[in-house]
Ligand binder design. Structure first.
Ligand SMILES: Nc1ncnc2c1ncn2[C@@H]1O[C@H](COP(=O)(O)OP(=O)(O)OP(=O)(O)O)[C@@H](O)[C@H]1O
Ligand SMILES: [Zn+2]
Length: 830
């Protein structure tokens, strides 16, 4: 039966795995187990999923992961398909499930998790020290804490940390205890329904001092202090005491290093640390050795702060969803309910000043909504019946009745938060480079250190103790912790800063690439224009009545999703026309919509398409079409029975900020071009109004060709509405979806501007440049500081102490620098 057993996809939350290299380590380890396939890791979500067949039990996977110092927690009901589960950055679904899966029971657990985590950790570390004592709990041992090798700790801690002053944070506790949630707490997992939110990270925030890593630091410091006090009291035992203390503090890291080695990572930062500390103790520098380990633990703790801050910024988004809602019952009465208990289809009342509790559609009322939670734009937008509003928006002036469409984890805001979280896990170019670099750096450092220790004494008669000391100091200097976190810390901060301003980027790759683009291509409809075309004029052919033409055109367009279609159907409705039913509706992308109406095969499409169907336009219509196009109208033709029956002129107004936003791009030296399927004359007219170069009359294939031509000259950003231009977005270096349907947009593009502000493009590029700058500074700090100390160590100017400080110092500097980026603001439009 073993062989017949179907492989199944299992998922875990892996606490402590919060940087790309942790994820890589876990991946390497699980791949060594027989029967493990397609592991998918996301350090930002601390999630691991993989296909497992009968050869290995899930417990074996857990054991391997735990041995690396992480705490795996199985998620029930892994994503049903491997595609979803492994989609990683690409889709939120994986997530979705997972969470749901976590379900209550487990959930609780989870949060609690932290709690425990801590204890456990503690405990363990504890025994680690007491050593030997060891209870057989292999699993988590050390790990409790985070460990990673590189020290960065990340996350775990991360979150914990205090970060957030605000309400949302803080719930960690609350959530776990089910106590009253602070206002504004997003998630309400207060108890019920966590269905939605699985997103436990939210619940894991503990104050910094309560994290496992913090406790480890305190414990190690306690041991060191005790040794120091005893040594002062009994000077004769000083050396022995320090030696003992060193062994105690090194033990947890030695254990981790050993496990890492067994699972395929022999050259870990832990190994480096342990070697250096033991070596220092061996040459009589036990005090320094103790400090090395202590500062290493402290460095881990501090590094986690960056990741945690960035995460809490993201979570702050979700926290904008209120806990409470006012539901309107079938009898018209209202009752206060938790937002979590809302279901699609419910009717809710949102009073002035309140936040919208779920995504929905306005049924009744009109109000100015501050949608800054989703779009970053705080100027209120008026929304009335039939319009969609997102959870988290503030209803500023009047009451609305809203039909709930999506709640909790399905809501736009929750999806955005998840997307950003996923994005943090996707590695950019620089990140991959740094990882490759770090992979040979550590063994290289060990080799160089060995050479420094061995060669001078052997070849030139140098003093063994001098060179041993220098070699050890070099080992410390070589610790690449700061380098390893330099990129992810900056990227996480950048993504988070952007998300809070309505600039969503799906990953480090896109974030790094945006700023380098010299050309931005724009789609016209729905991108530079508002995407709400209005029918301006119907020009019937001789012998056709205007209303008759509109009635037929509307029937055809009823089956089309093209933005122009709505203009036609709306006009027919507002003229009170009875629109007949159509059958066999079909669309020719970029050309026309066709359908059978009252027995006739009819189509509405571009003039070029009409000419193919019905021959050249009669001169009168031709002249009229030209005039309308010159005034910026899109002109389509209704064709039936081999003849043009009417022209339909539609005009879509430019977005209010489009002209200014394009001007800002030009000032930055970025070239812009409008690529549109609309007629060249219409395109030129609109382009004149906006001050952009235009290429009209492009078929979808022409657009792709145009983009690849532009790409030959450098990176290209393509901006579209994400609905009918997904191929163009995918063809560009970075595709940006603008406005409207956030969900579709996020799937089709590398970045999204849910607010539909054209100025968001320049802001995205500025954010990208700021992030790249920050990455460069971080890499510079990490590598520069190391390089300096490397030289001074080898020539003997500096010893162990400066080496230790340089190591922790670089990590701290990199962390602080990355945090600076969280405060990034778009440069004010000049
Ligand atoms: N359903 C439709 N109804 C009317 N006209 C249509 C329809 N579909 C396509 N057309 C015609 O084909 C032309 C090109 O369509 P396409 O979808 O490529 O452009 P678009 O989406 O309007 O503009 P852009 O490329 O800037 O987004 C339109 O300008 C219009 O004249
Ligand atoms: Zn790590």
């Amino acid at each position: 039966m073993g062989d017949r057993r179907e492989a199944e996809r299992l998922a875990w939350r892996v606490e402590g795995m919060d940087c790309p290299s942790c994820a890589a380590k876990v991946e390497r380890a699980v791949l060594r187990l027989p029967g493990v396939r397609e592991p998918a890791l996301n350090f930002a979500a601390e999630r691991l999923s993989l296909m497992l067949d009968g050869a290995t039990a899930p417990e074996a996977v857990e054991k391997a992961v735990a041995a690396l110092g992480y705490r795996p927690r199985r998620l029930q009901a892994a994503a049903p398909t491997s595609r979803e589960a492994s989609a990683g950055a690409a889709c939120g679904c994986g997530h979705d499930h997972a969470p749901a899966g976590i379900g209550n029971g487990e959930h609780r657990h989870d949060h609690g998790g932290h709690g425990h985590g801590d204890h456990d950790g503690h405990g363990h570390e504890g025994h680690g020290l007491r050593q030997g004592g060891g209870q057989g709990r292999t699993d988590h041992d050390h790990h409790g804490h985070g460990h990673h090798d590189h020290g960065h700790s990340h996350h775990g801690d991360g979150h914990d940390h205090p970060a957030a002053p605000d309400a949302h944070h803080g719930h960690a506790g609350t959530a776990a205890s089910g106590a009253a949630a602070p206002a504004g707490h997003a998630h309400s997992h207060g108890g019920l329904a966590h269905a939605h939110d699985h997103d436990d990270p939210a619940e894991r925030d503990l104050p910094l001092w309560r994290t496992a890593k913090a406790r480890l630091v305190v414990l190690l410091a306690g041991v060191a202090a005790l040794a120091w006090v005893l040594a002062t009291l009994i000077p004769r035992a000083e050396h022995a005491l320090y030696l003992l203390a060193t062994i105690l503090v090194v033990a947890p890291f030695a254990r981790r290093a050993w496990t890492l080695a067994r699972y395929g990572t022999p050259f870990s930062i832990e190994a480096l640390m342990v070697l250096a500390a033991l070596g220092a103790a061996a040459i009589g520098a036990a005090g320094e050795a103790m400090t090395v380990v202590l500062l290493f633990a402290l460095g881990e703790l501090l590094e986690g702060v960056a990741a945690g801050r960035a995460r809490s910024g993201i979570r702050a988004l979700v926290a904008l969803m209120p806990d409470q809602a006012t539901r309107i019952g079938t009898n018209g009465g209202t009752e206060a309910v938790t937002a979590a208990s809302l279901r699609p289809g419910d009717l809710v009342l949102v009073k002035p000043g309140e936040r919208v509790p779920a995504d929905g559609v306005v049924e009744d009322g009109q109000a100015a909504l501050d949608e800054s939670a989703v779009t970053g734009e705080s100027i209120p937008v008026t929304r009335g019946p039939g319009e969609a509003v997102a959870a988290g928006s503030i209803c500023t002036d009047a009451a609305l009745r809203l039909r709930v469409a999506r709640t909790g984890a399905d809501s736009t805001l929750a999806r955005i938060a998840r997307m950003v979280e996923e994005a943090t896990a996707a590695r950019g170019r620089t990140q991959r480079f740094v990882e490759r670099f770090a992979a040979w750096w550590t063994p290289g450092a060990m080799a160089v250190s060995a050479a420094v220790i061995l060669l001078p004494p052997l070849l030139f008669g140098g003093e063994w103790t001098v060179w041993l000391y220098r070699g050890l100091a070099l080992l410390l200097v070589a610790c690449p912790c700061a380098l390893v976190i330099s990129v992810p810390a900056a990227v996480a901060s950048g993504l988070s800063a952007g998300a809070r301003r309505g600039l969503l980027v799906k990953g480090g790759e896109a974030l790094e690439a945006m700023g380098a683009a010299r050309t931005v291509g724009f789609d016209k409809t729905g991108t530079l224009t508002a995407g709400r075309p209005r029918l301006g004029q119907v020009v019937p052919a001789p012998g056709v009545a205007e209303d008759e033409a509109l009635r037929l055109a509307a029937a055809v367009e009823a089956g089309s999703a093209h933005p122009l279609a709505r203009a036609v159907t709306e006009a027919a409705t507002s003229r009170g026309l009875m629109v007949p039913e159509a059958r066999d509706a079909s669309a020719l992308a970029g050309r026309a919509a066709t359908a059978r109406v009252e027995g006739r095969l009819l189509g509405v499409g571009s003039l070029g398409w009409a000419a193919e169907q019905a021959g050249p336009l009669p001169p009168a219509l031709e002249a009229e079409a030209g005039r309308l196009q010159e005034s910026g109208h899109t002109v389509s033709a209704l064709v039936g029975d081999g003849a043009v029956l009417a022209l339909l002129a539609m005009r879509d107004e430019p977005r209010p900020d489009a002209a200014a936003a394009l001007a800002a791009l030009h000032r930055d030296g970025v070239a812009t071009v409008m690529l549109t399927g609309d007629a060249p004359r219409t395109a030129a007219a609109i382009a004149r109004e906006l001050g952009i170069e235009a290429r009209g009359g492009l078929s979808p294939d022409d657009k792709l060709r145009a983009i690849s031509e532009l790409r030959a000259r450098g990176p290209v950003v393509m901006v579209g509405d994400g609905i009918n231009d997904a191929p163009a977005l995918a063809a560009a270096t970075v595709g940006v979806a603008m406005g409207g349907g956030t969900e579709v947009a996020l799937e089709a593009a590398d970045a999204a501007l849910p607010g539909g502000r054209v100025s968001g493009i320049a802001e995205l590029m500025a954010l990208s440049r700021a992030t790249l700058g920050n990455i460069r500074q971080n890499v510079g700090i990490a590598v520069g500081l190391k390089a300096v100390f490397l030289v001074t160590t080898v020539i003997g100017v500096t010893g162990l102490w400066p080496a230790i400080l340089a190591d922790t110092g670089a990590t701290v500097l990199v962390t602080l620098n990355a945090l600076r980026l969280l405060r990034w603001r778009p440069p004010a439009a000049a």
